[in-house]
Design a protein around this ligand. Structure first.
Ligand SMILES: C[S@@+](CC[C@H](N)C(=O)[O-])C[C@H]1O[C@@H](n2cnc3c(N)ncnc32)[C@H](O)[C@@H]1O
Length: 392
């Protein structure tokens, strides 16, 4: 397909693409929600003239999805994950982030003779599950009396932030943390970090939030704000499904017949590198989608070429998740509030971006890297990684 850069044409292309999935309970969402490095596959060229608009559109598309949601969105995601065989992935990620973070804090406390104030920031704190996991772990630890912890929750949705603050204060009430933990809400996206002082933070934690930014500009900012040698502990979803319309085509092939188990299994086998899945039918809108993006049969056949076994497993995990969302909302005759396109970057891409932003992976970081659904056959779909700011 022809690359486009004019704002009018990008808008037109994105609207046309989204309209082709009106039949589906899982809406496509704007292609600007994918990672900036995938835009070209979606026909979009970033230029000096359009970058500001693209960046704002992409952020707007994410915040629209989350702004007015509450903890019921988390429940809905958790249910679909469980049904897809992914366990309660977000809860597991949060537990792991909480454990690594508490371990880091208690080690520093043990090393430090003088009283000090430890500064932690949770990016995309949501309704508080990541910070709550840290609090639960800290409650199991003997921190001693010489520490104060400042925990800043950065979250764009005021509604979710209020829930988070209540949840944390419920957890700490009547415990030793009540005296030493100061939880501070900050309404804003990860962009808020731009206004924070350099070398001012002892730890960043985050789960399932930094993939809500198409451009990785926040990673150098997180690195700048951290003290040298200290970590960003990040749980996230990692996969390459949204990198190309040819892969998304296969996702919607599944969603056109979500209850056809035989066709579903054939597609999963194909994604994992098995024989070509033979489609019984192709909705006219799917054909139009292929035409819109100039996808010929070779591109469709080779959609997953170049992905590792683990990355293919991650795509299958993601497909299973959306299939469950499709079944649930389709059976109810409703639309999923969460839309398909995301910027879940593959693990290799995230590690590369972290290294470019000044992070290193020492032995401790390597030992703290965990792929959480690998033994379920979903490769690197969910992972927790620790990366430390390079010491100058
Ligand atoms: C999947 S939830 C995860 C929340 C929490 N970390 C947890 O694990 O329960 C993602 C959160 O990221 C927030 N978010 C969306 N865009 C963001 C951005 N650009 N920067 C930071 N957070 C963002 C959403 O409002 C939402 O609360």
């Amino acid at each position: 397909m022809q690359d486009i850069s004019s704002i009018v044409n990008i808008e037109r292309l994105n609207t046309e693409a989204q309209a082709l999935f009106e039949w589906c309970p899982v809406p496509l969402g704007s292609p600007l929600r994918t990672h900036a490095y995938s835009y070209r596959n979606w026909g979009i060229v970033v230029t000096a003239d359009n970058i500001e608009w693209i960046s704002a559109e992409s952020k707007g598309a994410y915040s629209a999805e989350w702004k007015e949601t509450d903890a019921s969105m988390n429940t809905m995601i958790a249910e679909a994950c469980e049904k897809a065989g992914l366990l309660d992935s977000n809860a597991i990620i949060n537990m792991r982030v909480g454990a690594y973070a508490a371990e880091h804090i208690s080690r520093l406390v043990a090393q430090c003779a003088k009283p000090f104030a430890f500064k932690v920031k949770d990016i995309g704190a949501g309704t508080g599950d990541t910070s709550a996991a840290l609090v639960r772990e800290l409650l199991k630890t003997n921190l001693g009396g010489s520490i104060a912890i400042e925990l800043i929750l950065i979250e764009p949705s005021e509604k979710r932030l209020e829930t988070a603050i209540e949840a944390i204060s419920r957890l700490t009430s009547g415990t030793m943390l009540e005296r030493i933990l100061f939880t501070i809400p900050h309404v804003g996206t990860v962009d808020a970090i731009r206004n924070m002082q350099s070398d001012s933070t002892d730890l960043f934690i985050t789960n399932a939030a930094i993939h809500h930014e198409s451009f990785n500009e926040h990673l150098p900012e997180i690195s700048r704000v951290l003290l040298p040698g200290v970590p960003l502990i990040s749980g996230d979803w990692h996969e390459g499904t949204y990198e190309s319309p040819a892969r998304v085509y296969w996702m919607y092939c599944l969603l056109q017949e979500p209850h056809d188990e035989k066709a579903t299994e054939q597609i999963f086998r194909f994604v994992r590198g098995g024989p070509m899945a033979i489609l019984k039918s192709e909705r006219s809108e799917l054909r139009q989608f292929r035409l819109l993006y100039g996808l010929d049969s070779d591109m469709i056949l080779r959609a997953f070429d170049g992905l590792t076994e683990g990355e293919r497993g991650a795509v299958v995990g993601s497909m299973r998740y959306w299939l469950e969302m499709g079944k649930r909302f389709g059976d109810e005759g409703k639309k999923s509030p969460e839309v398909l396109l995301q910027c879940h970057e593959r693990v290799s891409k995230r590690i590369e971006a972290l290294k470019n932003a000044g992070f290193v992976f020492d032995e401790e970081c390597k030992s703290k890297y965990a792929e959480l659904v690998r033994d379920k056959g979903f490769g690197e779909l969910t992972a927790v990684m620790m990366a430390k700011k390079r010491v100058r």
